[in-house]
Design a protein around this ligand. Structure first.
Ligand SMILES: Nc1nc2c(ncn2[C@@H]2O[C@H](COP(=O)(O)OP(=O)(O)OP(=O)(O)O)[C@@H](O)[C@H]2O)c(=O)[nH]1
Ligand SMILES: [Mg+2]
Length: 336
């Protein structure tokens, strides 16, 4: 079984530099606020504004600040202490949702995106269980959010871990979408099931699940189109894909992963609501955390929905998608 071939340190430094736009906002804000020693109401109010500016959302910012102030009010506190305390409070909110995807198979449980934190992965906090049948992952989300790229990155990591992976081009809208997935399939070294352009995505999904079963692959990831004219069309298409998949395996899809783009900030929250209204989203992938000042949205997502956040994207490269470690993420977010 192969080793995962990415450098954990470089991912960590990419995370640090990726989050730097958000962290410099928070860090500079805190340094400007915590100039007097005793914590007072005005400082707490300003702190709340700093967190809202990082896209944590009003309710999440208020709850963090309330907890922050509880034991520290009217006491001496430095900017550095404030940052560390905030990181701890944020990490506590992320802990329950930081769930690496784990692929079960006859050769045992293994983390998909273990990164530098494999040793920290809590076995019973993982996203999957043993499956004799191929584990079927349906990737959904608004166009441009990073579905196809995330599938490619995950496929490469799984292959590196010795899993057999198949991809299905359920986005039949654009020829370019199929070509893009084929490119990732080639890089990762896995088969890509495609249909004719404009073919029914459900028929591509059906053919792929059938082949995944007959070939006995460990994981099948199904890409979907992000652009549909309206919610009814989207609902109908996703429903149909799921229905035909279940004709072959009534436990599939085992994961319905919603891919969110962090640069959309608070809008990502409405996307979770919209997609959860039409299908049973089982978990999230948050992409483009590199270079956004809105990375606080991850904290808002955790607080609002409590859905597992299986992986985060910090770049376009094949190894730029990883599980996240709550305290590292929180410290990088607040710049301490
Ligand atoms: N910087 C950065 N870019 C990313 C990340 N993830 C994806 N992208 C880029 O975002 C763009 C869109 O990604 P896709 O994977 O094509 O998005 P999609 O959801 O499949 O889009 P549609 O197929 O149009 O629905 C591509 O240029 C990707 O390289 C990330 O974590 N960071
Ligand atoms: Mg795509």
């Amino acid at each position: 079984m192969g080793e995962v071939k990415f450098s954990a340190m470089s991912f960590f430094s990419r995370l640090t530099s990726g989050l730097s736009k958000t962290s410099s906002g928070i860090s500079e804000g805190i340094s400007a606020i915590f100039t007097k020693s005793r914590l007072d109401d005005a400082m707490l109010e300003e702190l709340e504004e700093v967190l809202i500016a990082a896209d944590m959302g009003a309710a999440t910012a208020a709850s963090i600040v309330a907890e922050f102030g509880k034991e520290r009010f009217d006491k001496d506190i430095s900017a550095d202490d404030a940052k560390e305390a905030l990181a701890q409070l944020i990490a506590a909110r992320l802990k329950a949702v930081a769930v690496p995807i784990v692929i079960g198979s006859s050769c045992g449980m293994q983390s998909v995106s273990a990164g530098s934190h494999e040793e920290d992965a809590v076995p019973d906090a993982t996203a999957s269980s043993q499956h004799d049948n191929p584990l079927v992952i349906l990737m959904i989300g608004v166009n441009g959010n990073g579905k196809t790229t995330s599938i490619g990155k995950l496929a490469a990591q799984l292959k590196a871990q010795g899993k057999s992976v198949m991809l299905a081009a359920g986005d039949t809208f654009r020829a370019a979408a199929v070509e893009q997935l084929k490119g990732w399939g080639q890089r990762a070294g896995c088969e890509v099931i495609t249909g004719a352009q404009g073919a029914d995505p459900a028929s591509v999904a059906y053919a792929a699940v059938e082949k995944a079963h007959s070939d006995g692959v460990d994981v099948l990831m199904i890409d979907t189109a992000g652009r549909l004219q309206n919610k009814q069309n989207l609902m109908a298409e996703l429903e149909k894909i799921i229905k035909v998949i279940r004709k072959i395996d009534d436990t599939a899809p085992h994961h319905i992963l919603l891919v969110l783009d962090a640069t959309t900030g608070q809008n990502a929250l409405s996307q979770v609501k919209a997609f959860s209204d039409v299908t049973d989203v089982t978990g999230l992938i948050v992409t483009k955390l590199d270079g956004t000042a809105k990375a606080g949205v991850v904290v808002a997502l955790a607080a609002h929905y409590g859905l597992p956040i299986h992986a985060i994207g910090v770049g376009e490269g094949i190894d730029d998608l990883q599980a996240f470690e709550p305290l590292d993420f929180a410290r990088n977010l607040v710049g301490c």
